[in-house]
Design a binder for this molecule. Sequence first.
Ligand code: NAD
Ligand code: TDX
Length: 372
Amino acid sequence: MTYLVTGGAGFIGANFVKYLLKKHPDIQIVVLDDLTYAGNLGTIKEDLKDPRLTFVKGDIKDRKVVTEIFEKYPINYVVNFAAESHVDRSIENPQVFLETNILGTQNLLDVAKKYWTTGKDAHGYPTYKNGVKYLQVSTDEVYGSLGATGYFTETTPLDPRSPYSASKTGADLIVKAYGETYKMPVNITRCSNNYGPYHFPEKLIPLIIKNILEGKQLPVYGDGSNVRDWLYVEDHCKAIDAVVLQGKVGEVYNVGGHNEKKNIEIVKLTISTIKRLLEETPAYRKALKKTGDDISWINESLITYVTDRLGHDQRYAIDPTKITNELGWYPETRFEDGIVKTIRWYLENQDWVKEVTSGDYQKYYEQMYGNR
Ligand code: NAD
Ligand code: TDX
């Protein structure tokens, strides 16, 4: 089987590529990625030595580049991770979110439809090759924001509130439209917040880790009471793999691990875990900017409450009953273990952090947070 994985040089896409290569010996993967600030070829450089993996640099909106891929490779599955993914950036510059997330998705669907169509049925609907599917990687943010109770199910009304989530909702709707109008074999997965290796340090957990190691303040938006439902990235990859191979055509699957945490809890846990790991394994201290034996400065006084995100969603929480019942999926990594694995990975992979933050990151950081 041949996969087109878009956004495969980003956080979840790269983890998915690694997962596929490990899990399925007999596959081919084409990664299409435009290598924006969030994409980094270094993330998959070891994987690119594998003859089963091919990389194409290009934009998912570009008709020509997507067409060339379908001409050259017998694509069975499209898994679309490529997106502008950061809520804060969408508040500053919504347009690129609409362009990539909506128009890019539509372009991929259109080219896939063209290459997968085999004819027409008696009602005029296109018929498709066997063994093909388009999977849209979406987010729980399309459902909006919850109060203190309740969960998002697949039938929760769509109610996006940020330019990012509105663009992801637009993409979901166009995927649904291709499923209904042209009977294209599509699925949508809607996952909660991921964490793990290769997470770009603009997002909460890797940003907090990076700032602690640099002795910087830890910016917590508002009062830190917002709740996110965290899932280890490999468990998300496992869910996508299950939906590609076994998901019922046309269905939406929510993915989440019942692991709700307030932001302030995440920040405090990250501080105490880093400190413990540095105490247990002194070799990790080379990841610190400030060298020396004294690490008593790593404590909660680093926390700084800053102006809240505009339109900040209060709480996300996924009900994953459907994917568990229909496809047997469940999260394998407990948060207590996943967060330690993640922090260890950052302590051991500072070169990767340096590489991905060598471009415009500093400028972005100063615009977002000032000179803290
Ligand atoms: P990311 O920002 O780390 O990676 C996005 C990748 O897409 C990058 O490699 C980037 O270069 C590429 N890209 C961006 N625009 C492109 C374009 N026009 N053409 C080709 N490539 C382009 O994002 P992520 O966190 O890995 O998220 C991946 C997907 O999963 C996104 O669709 C996101 O909405 C969704 N999602 C993310 C989370 C999360 O917690 N990170 C949760 C649920 C869903
Ligand atoms: O510096 C920060 N301080 C802070 O308090 C940052 C970067 C974030 N936060 C808060 C905002 C959120 O309540 O932490 C929470 C998590 O923020 P992000 O890491 O930016 O993630 P979020 O906005 O929840 O969106 C993420 O999950 C859903 C991904 O970025 C999306 O792509 C995905 O769809």
